[in-house]
Each structure stands twice: as structure tokens, then as C-alpha cells.
Design a protein around this ligand. Structure first.
Ligand SMILES: [Fe+2]
Ligand SMILES: [Fe+2]
Length: 298
């Protein structure tokens, strides 16, 4: 269809609150606004629109052509989109399910709109299906706590624990600095216990991220894959630093070991970790909130 005709259809669609006549009579359609992968400019396209399992769904069929449509390339680069259905306009993050999730979804699409099965039969390309996860709640609806919010809460707990560890290291340094007042063995014991708990929890947290949460995100959101690879690298750096600090704390002998060294190492861990938490939150919270609910609290 020509650009002019397409633009005219979009104008008509908007003017009639999502209803189109003629060959589109009775179709469920939406205008999807993406960001051009190459140009960075706003791009609008009128697409068939399905609702499956509570989410908007669009299909990159390009009428069965052998090449993916431009809007599909755009969302691979930048998944944040705007969806206009006529009655409703919302910002969404566009996920591209893979594997079994894709197979299931494509079957649901064809069950709803058999034409997409015909398009698939016309090409050897696997026609992608895109799920539009609403970012903000519907007007009047309360926002459900998402997986991203939960991740931030866990980070907040780690930030607090790290603060306690640093305070303990400060106390050790201050105690040792006076030379007469030796650091209390109790404080060292306390720090050992604290350090062990913190490091164990942090390791578990990162293992969960690397093995469960992030691989699924990277699959569904190709644009997030580089950041997620970077996060996994940071986890390794943090793990090494964590081990070094554990050894320092475990082997700390009051009056003999150098508390200043312990504190310096701890400052290094704290700096790396805080930067990591910030980067992680900025990279994945939106996608996590939109695609997964927070785990139930005990
Ligand atoms: Fe992490
Ligand atoms: Fe994390």
C-alpha cells in the first residue's frame, strides 16, 4: 500500500475512533508508533490487532512477504512503543516470544485470525508475533507490583546490608587506630557472620538473575541483550571481589591484621555493587515490571 494511502487510513482511523470502513470494515486494528531503527524518528503503522491473555498482540506478517516489516526491526532495536486502538492509547514494551512460548502464541493467533496461517504458508520465514505489554496501568486501575519493583526492593535490602558492613569495618579501623583499645573480638565475630550472610544472599540473587530471570528477558527483548551480557560480567567481577573480602574477614586477627586494608577492599566492593545495582535497575526494571508480577511474599 502506498505511503499516502497508509497515512490517509491512519487519519481516518483516528478520526473515527478506531473504526474503518470499506475493505477494513469490522477489523480490529491499532496504530503502532515505533522508533525507527536507523533514523531514530517516530514511525506509525496501522496493523491488525489481537487481544490474547489480556495483552495486545500484533503479527509481523507483512502479508506473507519474505522480509520482516520495518516496524519489527524497529522494536528489536527499541521495544518502547505507543499503541492506539481507537478507544485506548497506551505505552507498551514490545516482547518477542521465542521457542515454546512463540509456538503457543502463534497457534492462538491463528485460532483467532486464520489469515495469519495463510500468510505463514506463503513464506519460509517464521512470522514473528509481538506482545505489547502495557507499561502504565489503565486509568483508574492500581498498579500491580511487578518483578522489577521486587528487584529494586531486594537491592534496597542489599544496600542496607552493605552499609552495615561498612560501618563495622569503620569500627574496626577506629578501634585499631587508637592502639591501646584493641578491636573487640566480638565485633570481628559479628562482622564474619554478617559478611557470610550478605555474600551468600548476594550470590544466590545473582545466580537467580543469570540463570532464570535475565535469559528470558534477553530472548524476548533483543534490545536488552547487550546490557544483560554486561550485567552477567559484572556479577563475575562482584563474585571475585566478594570472595576476596570473605577471605579477609575470615582471616582477620584483631591486633594483627590490617583493618584499613579490609575497609579499602570493602569500599571497592561497595562501589562496584552500587554501580551494578543502579545500572541493572535502569536496564531491566521497565521490562520486568511489564512482563512479570512480583513473586508472592511469604
Ligand atoms: Fe545483578
Ligand atoms: Fe540484582
Amino acid at each position: 500500500m502506498s505511503n499516502d494511502f497508509h497515512r490517509q487510513l491512519i487519519a481516518e482511523f483516528r478520526a473515527n475512533r478506531g473504526e474503518l470502513g470499506g475493505m477494513f470494515e469490522g477489523w480490529s486494528l491499532a496504530v503502532l508508533t515505533t522508533t525507527g531503527a536507523k533514523t531514530g524518528l517516530s514511525r506509525e503503522v496501522l496493523l491488525g490487532y489481537l487481544r490474547i491473555d489480556g495483552n495486545g498482540v500484533v503479527v509481523a506478517s507483512a502479508n506473507g512477504a519474505d522480509r520482516h516489516p520495518a516496524w519489527y526491526h524497529n522494536i528489536r532495536r527499541n521495544p518502547i512503543v505507543t499503541v492506539e486502538t481507537g478507544g485506548d492509547t497506551y505505552r507498551a514494551i514490545a516482547a518477542i516470544p521465542q521457542g515454546p512460548a512463540y509456538e503457543k502464541l502463534f497457534a492462538q493467533v491463528v485460532a483467532e485470525a486464520p489469515g495469519y496461517g495463510d500468510y505463514q504458508a506463503k513464506t519460509t520465514r517464521e512470522i514473528p508475533v509481538v506482545v505489547l505489554h502495557r507499561i502504565e496501568p489503565r486509568p483508574g486501575e492500581e498498579r500491580v507490583k511487578g518483578m522489577g519493583d521486587w528487584l529494586v526492593e531486594v537491592h534496597q535490602w542489599f544496600r542496607g546490608e552493605l552499609r552495615t558492613l561498612r560501618e563495622q569495618a569503620d569500627d574496626l579501623v577506629n578501634g585499631g587506630a587508637t592502639a591501646i583499645v584493641r578491636p573487640e573480638p566480638d565485633l570481628v565475630q559479628e562482622m564474619r557472620a554478617h559478611c557470610l550472610g550478605f555474600c551468600t544472599a548476594l550470590r544466590r540473587h545473582h545466580t537467580g538473575e543469570d540463570s532464570v530471570v535475565f535469559p528470558s528477558l534477553a530472548e524476548q527483548f533483543p534490545a536488552l541483550a547487550p546490557a544483560i551480557a554486561q550485567l552477567a560480567e559484572q556479577h563475575q567481577v562482584v563474585a571475585r571481589l566478594q570472595d576476596a573480602i570473605r577471605e579477609l574477614v575470615d582471616g582477620f586477627v584483631p591486633g594483627e591484621s590490617d583493618p584499613a586494608r579490609l575497609r579499602t577492599e570493602l569500599e571497592r566492593l561497595a562501589g562496584e555493587l552500587e554501580a551494578h545495582f543502579d545500572f541493572e535497575e535502569q536496564a531491566v526494571v521497565t521490562a520486568l515490571n511489564a512482563t512479570a508480577a512480583a513473586p508472592p511474599t511469604a
